[in-house]
Design a binder for this molecule. Structure first.
Ligand code: BMA
Length: 306
């Protein structure tokens, strides 16, 4: 029996390198947001050099007829140590009337968390490195808590790669850090590393989190997806966490690619029915894919967890 919370779009992958207007190695790990009547993805585009930038793709239905606009891309500023080897894996949060983009700076000193803001995805204001190496998988909450912004992130120290939360008066100054979610035990699907996927989603039950978990096997790493729920007023309190993964590599486009056995979500949108969550994820570090789930069903799944 397979109980599936997420239903893959039949037309997956929704974007791949052959769609790109310029020669490209791979397109994957997109951030997502609704802007007006369109879904906008900030797609990680890995050039054939190996260096990534973040390009804009828009579509009215979020699945088909994508307009890919390289003129709106955020490119690495290779004069900065933080971005020398590229910029990767964005998340977009609407906060205080603008879009706040967190992304991984691939620096020669390790991966770190950079932040930029935009109002139109045409011009971007950089705010620099918000968290030094080694850190990734960061996204702000879309509202403040007692006047403070909050950021989930994933520092790495030795073999430990857990999710943390920090707070601050503005997006550039984050402190008061605390561990939030730990990797799962030993051989669990999320036993090696975890990291936030899309930004937290506010629901009546609390903040819904979607995170990736890694299990390292003799054949390499497997990246899968789980869910968690945080208290709505105190996001340092974890109310529930899925014991099992809810989306994992299954289809050929997830099993085979530049890095096989990877599903890696960085964005989601809510459709007009108020219940359908559309998850955007990178598959096998090669493709952009989409899968839909019912918010009610995701929350019911979390309510069943111990
Ligand atoms: C992670 C990140 C992602 C990538 C994944 C699988 O560490 O670098 O960009 O999708 O590995 O290769």
């Amino acid at each position: 029996m397979t109980e599936e919370l997420f239903h893959r779009y039949d037309g997956n992958p929704v974007l791949h390198a052959s769609n790109w207007p310029v020669p490209t190695g791979a397109v994957f790990n997109p951030a997502a947001v609704r802007v007006g009547d369109e879904t906008l993805l900030l797609v990680r585009v890995e050039a054939r050099s190996g260096r990534s930038h973040l390009a804009v793709a828009t579509s009215a239905d979020g699945l088909t007829t994508w307009a890919i606009d390289e003129a709106r891309a955020l490119h690495p500023d290779i004069s900065l140590v933080a971005e020398r080897y590229g910029i990767e894996d964005a998340r977009i949060t609407e906060l205080d009337g603008e879009y706040v983009i967190t992304y991984t700076g691939y620096s020669e000193l390790g991966p770190l968390v950079c932040v930029a803001t935009t109002k139109d995805f045409r011009t971007y204001e950089r705010h620099g490195v918000v968290l030094p190496p080694e850190n990734k998988d960061a996204a702000y909450f879309p509202r403040r808590f007692d006047g403070q912004v909050a950021l989930i992130h994933r520092p790495v120290a030795g073999d430990s790669a857990h999710m943390w939360i920090g707070f601050g008066p503005d997006i550039r100054h984050i402190g008061n850090h605390a561990p939030l979610l730990h990797t799962g035990p030993g051989g669990h699907w999320d036993g090696s590393k975890i990291g936030l996927g899309p930004p937290p989603l506010e629901t009546d039950a609390g903040w819904l989190l979607c995170f990736h978990g890694v299990r390292v096997t003799a054949a390499g790493a497997i990246y899968r997806v789980g869910l968690a729920l945080l208290d709505r007023d105190d996001p340092t309190t974890v109310l529930a966490r899925s014991e099992n993964w809810v989306l994992g590599p299954r289809e050929t486009y997830e099993r085979t690619g530049d890095v096989g056995n990877v599903v890696f979500p960085c964005g989601w949108t809510i459709l007009e029915d108020g219940d359908t969550v559309r998850l955007y994820y990178g598959a096998a570090d090669t493709y952009v894919c989409a899968a839909d789930a019912s918010l009610k069903e995701l929350l019911a799944h979390l309510a069943e967890q111990a």
